[in-house]
Design a protein around this ligand. Structure first.
Ligand code: SF4
Ligand code: SF4
Length: 381
């Protein structure tokens, strides 16, 4: 039976967070029973993009500092790192508040720029990944996901956070190759069979709802989750936001492929029921299965799509660079970079990389009006 520790914690107070994480680790038998002391360990936060901690897009520096102090107390040797979707990992880590913690505690930054191709036997769908050298050099991994909504997968938690071990634009190439939520989830499950974190600590004190994983709204969930099973952890996250785990292919495929279990969970720590937020802003309709390259009319008029809030666009062009398609589905008309980029929804595969990477939070994902009529007006987004 998989164990998930649920810890009520309502503020990013270092002493409090450290006490809570220690309490959770003890409920699992102590950190040294999970990761032997001699293992060179990687702390893998969520550093999706250069966002200040209060945006709730990235793992909060207090969570990072608390687990770092615990590792130092136990005399582990460790480093940290993540590959953002866009930008230099060091600069992103600086903006997210982790670099200053790392400098103060003398924690080295792992190499998340250079990578090596690693193959996976018996893959579901993807046999080879470009894995950051910093990951390859580590003997153990502590995954530090952030509790967030996600335009493509509905949620992003422990399972999805491993995607950051794939370097830079290699992630975009995966989006171009796996063009719906289901085959993309299969690829992520393959990655979770190749790179298996030993421990997961989810930052859900301040989560992100709505237009996640980069541009949603911060919402207090007041919780830290700890587990060695990412499937069980993500299922508990789903329960906390009143979402059926069966709707999420990362969870159902994860169990089917032996990454973890969501049917057999032992809850430890605080009472889950007291922390459920039934009003968490998340789309609860089933994920789409369509291949966007084949359903042109659906693509144009029905399926949730990204929109730019034109008056707020800074015309930086990052969304254009982030689009993983060779034949871009978002571009500057006539290559005029003084204008707002425009979408070609017939080309767009709905990977939502542009929405995820817009640094000014001006891309939203919404269902077109015809889609709302077809799917039912009960759709909120
Ligand atoms: S990334 Fe955002 S701000 Fe920059 S051009 Fe695209 S929509 Fe505008
Ligand atoms: S326009 Fe945006 S959602 Fe569409 S394919 Fe490009 S990055 Fe993905």
């Amino acid at each position: 039976m998989s164990k998930v520790v649920v810890l009520k914690c309502d503020e990013y107070n270092l002493l409090k967070v450290k006490d809570k994480i220690n309490e959770g680790l003890n409920l699992l038998g102590g950190i040294e029973s999970i990761i032997p002391l001699e293992k060179f360990t990687l702390l893998k936060p969520n550093l999706v993009s250069a966002a200040a901690p209060e945006k709730a897009a990235t793992t909060h520096p207090v969570i990072f500092e608390a687990i770092s102090q615990i590792l130092i107390d136990h005399k582990y040797k460790f480093h940290y790192g993540d590959s953002p979707g866009f930008g230099n990992p060091t600069k992103v880590s600086e903006k997210c508040g982790l670099k200053s913690v790392a400098q103060r505690l003398n924690i080295e930054e792992a190499d998340f720029v250079n990578s090596k191709k690693i193959s996976l036997q018996n893959a579901l769908i993807n046999k080879e990944f470009d894995i950051a050298l910093g990951v390859i050099k580590s003997d153990a991994i502590i995954n530090l996901p952030k509790m967030k909504s996600h335009a493509l997968q509905r949620t992003t938690g422990a399972i999805k956070n491993t995607f950051g071990v794939v370097t830079g634009f290699n992630k975009g190439a995966m989006h171009a190759k796996y063009t719906n939520a289901f085959n993309f989830a299969e690829m992520i499950i393959d990655l979770n069979k190749l790179i298996i974190p030993d421990l997961h600590i989810m930052d859900g004190i301040m989560a992100m709802e709505g237009n996640g994983p980069r541009n949603g709204n911060p919402v207090k969930m007041n919780v830290i989750l700890i587990s060695t099973d990412p499937v069980a952890m993500d299922a508990v996250f789903a329960k906390l936001i009143n979402l059926d785990p069966e709707l999420l292919p990362l969870i159902t495929y994860g169990e089917r492929m032996g990454v973890g279990s969501y049917h057999d969970i032992e809850l430890l720590g605080d009472n889950l029921e007291d922390l459920i937020n039934i009003n968490f802003d998340i789309v609860k309709t089933p994920l789409r299965t369509e291949d966007m390259t084949k359903v042109k009319l659906l693509a144009k008029y029905v399926i949730r799509r990204p929109y730019i809030k034109k008056s707020e666009c800074k015309k930086c062009g990052i969304c254009v660079k982030a689009c993983p398609l060779d034949d871009k589905a978002i571009s500057f008309k006539n290559n005029d970079k003084t204008t707002v980029p425009v979408y070609d929804y017939l080309k767009c595969i709905r990977c939502y990389c542009c929405q995820e990477m817009c640094p000014y939070e001006v891309i939203d994902v919404k269902t077109p009006i015809i889609g709302k009529i077809i799917y039912g007006l009960k759709l909120l987004k």
